[in-house]
Design a binder for this molecule. Structure first.
Ligand code: T1G
Length: 696
């Protein structure tokens, strides 16, 4: 029995049934020791005459979460996972996988190597490898279609989504769902199959696709969803190879797997995987303990307030929503009910659950109703005087120890905190619209914010299902500060010769869900117009100012809500607004600019380098703790393609010396905007990377 540090496979024989337990906390990742342990266990089972059958089960809270992703990028140590799975499948005695928690990636491939699969009712099964920029590499793309057919296999493999136990049973992915104790049910299940012919998936004939053009049709859909990510399409290639005999198919699968494992996209997606977990572990705050939060108060029932209330109710908190008057409160409660109806209509919530959640929601017009709240989140109009007034009132009614949070997306939280006598209890919780859907939460620490208040922000963020990232106070925090640079670059390019729809299609080809000008039309041009006006007094004289957007707003075109903005919106679909083009050319002419062509590559490069440069400033100033925090904000809140890993990770992949070279090239035309971040210059001089900073 292979026993190594922490990770181990044990075999215990109970009434002739070998119970093979995979034990590698916290998620039973398949490290070298586990692979070797499985092979040793199968040898023992074959050898030991008193053993008649076997079950494979996971120790702790789940079955197996897949290969040990931390081993990627390192030299592969034998044995391989395919060898371990072949040993399981070849076993002459029946083997059942008893699945609880999750069976993911190599974990599900192990289960597919078993002769039978049984799941706990709460179990989840999936092959998420594409989300890591790879494909299943241990037979998953060959055995799964043989078991459940091409259609379901294609869905699971190219999306990486997880199927629940009952859905898995319906698609034939598991043979049974245990009603009571999983291990006991699996023992009984396998005992009944001793002596029966063993169903080995690798021995089954290749499945037949539902139609001749099945793969061709599927490819278009997968490509559309992938938006530039390679792995889903390569997974489709591997799946198509399942039409061949098994040995040929797995060989093709392995080729594609090994090719992708070392790819930039796989590096970037692995970075995103670990960064998503690392953002919650902020250096220097590990010891801080969160305050208890059960009751949340929300001030403001508009789009943001109602979204925050819904997220809180769905996370199990009771919510008190305060509005200025009865009419506004009724509107606010209505917004919450409407959002919940959305879940019901999409089949993601029952009417009963909706009623239960609404029963935990109270509306009020009196701040006194917030006296019992543990956390109060203000989501009122984005104006300093209004916010300071709210916090002064809160200071009078909130109980000692209550956390007072503002949802401001731009304003100075230190100034807001000074409206109270308890600035240590004040924090920024910056949600993104729609707040009950968008996963990013910027937790903004003001100068006086206490460590346990920051820890409370992260604990509440985790319970809300958010990816929470800590930011310091500055204009726009992390995300909106980079967005401002992004937009400035986009504006400069359209004044120099590009057109908004060229910039948008270039950034969509880059992998962004939507180009910047379409996003502006969606959120309404008046918001950023108001901000530009607010900044007029403080804008540095050297900063280039592009007035095109102002001209469009002055014409009353404020985006989708007015039917026109950068685009026209006849029948809801955006089409280039010719009048905008006229304004753009007029503005260029006014400044004597000789307009020129911009290739999609140049547009992408300029915007990416602007984001990297500003990201480096943000890390240098300590607004973000590490480059990975910037990456997570951009991926989870601003549509930056996850398969590029975020701007800082993308910079490392390009090479910081090349990035700095490009920025210096651009600085030749606008030294103020493109002044290289000192951090970037220092890292290049020291031959270091942003990843080095992430490692601390
Ligand atoms: N390898 C290494 N570490 C892992 C890991 C993995 N597969 N999965 C999780 N961890 C670490 C994670 O970084 C964290 O560490 C801790 O475990 C708890 O995770 C051949 C090649 C299982 C649903 O993609 O989806 O198999 O931060 O915080 O929220 O075809 O983890 O504490 O230091 O996420 O309860 C495919 C990835 C691999 C599944 C649990 N498998 N994991 O979620 O905890 S590729 C996956 C998850 C593969 C084969 C290929 C989730 C989870 P730390 P956590 P959680």
């Amino acid at each position: 029995m292979a026993e190594t540090e922490g990770a181990r496979v044990t075999v215990a024989v109970e009434d002739g049934i070998a119970v093979v337990t995979v034990d590698n906390p916290p998620v039973n990742a398949i490290s070298q020791a586990i692979r070797q342990g499985l092979i040793d266990a199968m040898a023992e089972i074959e050898r030991n005459p008193s053993i008649t059958a076997a079950i494979i089960i996971g120790a702790g809270r789940l079955f197996i979460a897949g290969a040990d992703v931390r081993e990627f990028g390192k030299p592969a140590l034998p044995p391989t996972l395919p060898e371990a799975i072949t040993a399981i499948e070849a076993c002459e005695k029946p083997v059942v996988a008893a699945i609880h928690g999750v069976a993911l990636g190599g974990g599900l491939e192990i289960a597919l190597g078993c002769h039978y699969r049984m799941a706990d009712p709460g179990a989840k099964l999936g092959l998420p490898e594409v989300t890591l920029g790879i494909i299943p590499g241990a037979g998953g793309t060959q055995r799964l279609p043989r078991l459940i057919g091409f259609a379901d296999a294609l869905d699971l493999i190219t999306t990486g989504r997880q199927a629940g136990a009952s859905e898995a049973a319906k698609m034939g992915l598991v043979d049974a769902v245990a009603e009571n104790d999983l291990k006991a049910a699996a023992m009984e299940f396998i005992r009944a199959r001793i002596g029966a012919p063993l169903p080995r998936l690798s021995a089954m004939d290749p499945p037949t696709p539902d139609s001749e053009d099945f793969f061709e049709t599927a490819r278009a859909g997968v490509a559309r969803r992938a938006r530039g990510q390679d792995s889903p399409l390569r997974a489709l290639d591997a799946l198509e190879a399942a039409r061949m005999p098994f040995d040929q198919g797995v060989e093709r699968e392995r080729e594609i797997f090994l090719e992708l494992r070392g790819s930039d996209q796989a590096k970037a997606l692995r970075h995103a995987f670990f960064a998503e977990r690392a953002v919650a572990k902020v250096p220097g705050f590990e010891a801080a303990k969160p305050r208890q939060v059960d009751a949340i108060g929300v001030i403001g029932g508009g789009t943001m307030g109602a979204g925050i209330a819904v997220a809180s109710l769905r996370a199990g908190y009771s919510v008190t929503m305060v509005e200025a008057d009865a009419e506004a409160m009724a509107r606010g409660l209505g917004n919450v009910a409407k959002n919940l109806d959305g879940y019901v209509s999409r089949g993601r919530m029952s009417e009963e659950t909706k009623a239960e959640l609404l029963a935990k929601l109270t509306g009020a017009v009196d701040y006194g109703a917030l006296g019992g709240a543990d956390l109060i989140i203000e989501a009122v109009f984005e104006d300093m005087a209004v916010k300071r007034d709210v916090f002064a009132k809160l200071d009078a009614v909130a109980k000692p120890g209550a956390v007072l949070a503002t949802n401001t997306s731009y304003l100075d939280i230190d100034e807001i905190a000074q409206a109270t006598a308890r600035p240590g209890d004040v924090i920024g919780l910056h949600f993104f619209a729609p707040a009950h859907i968008m996963r990013l939460l910027e937790i903004v620490r003001a100068g006086a914010t206490a460590p346990d208040v920051i820890a409370t922000g992260f604990a509440v963020g985790r319970k809300l299902g958010k990816v929470a990232v800590l930011s310091g106070v500055c204009d726009g925090f992390i995300g909106n500060r980079i967005l401002a640079k992004f937009r400035q670059q986009a504006d400069a390019m359209i004044e120099d010769g590009a057109l908004p729809w060229e910039v948008d299609s270039a950034m969509e080809a880059f992998g962004m869900a939507m180009g910047p000008f379409k996003v502006m039309d969606l959120s309404g041009l008046d918001i950023s117009w108001a901000m530009r006006k607010r900044q007029t007094a403080t804008r540095p004289a050297e900063e280039r100012y592009v007035a095109i957007a102002d001209r469009i707003c002055e014409a009353g075109w404020l985006g989708r809500k007015t039917g026109r903005g950068w685009y026209l919106y006849e029948d809801g679909k955006p089409s280039p607004n010719p009048d905008v083009e006229t304004i753009i050319i007029e503005e260029s002419t006014k400044k004597g600019i000789a307009r020129r062509q911009f290739s999609a590559q140049e547009i992408q490069d300029r915007i990416l380098h602007a984001m990297i440069n500003e990201g480096a400033r943000i890390v240098e100033e300590g607004i973000a703790a590490r480059p990975l925090d910037v990456d997570m904000v951009e991926i989870m809140g601003y549509g930056f393609p996850r398969w590029r890993g975020g701007p800082m990770c993308a910079a490392d992949i390009i090479g910081l010396d090349k990035v700095l070279g490009k920025i210096r090239e651009y600085a030749g035309e606008d030294a103020f905007y493109w002044a290289p971040a000192p951090l970037l210059q220092r890292l290049v001089a020291e031959g270091k990377t942003f990843a080095d900073l992430n490692r601390g």
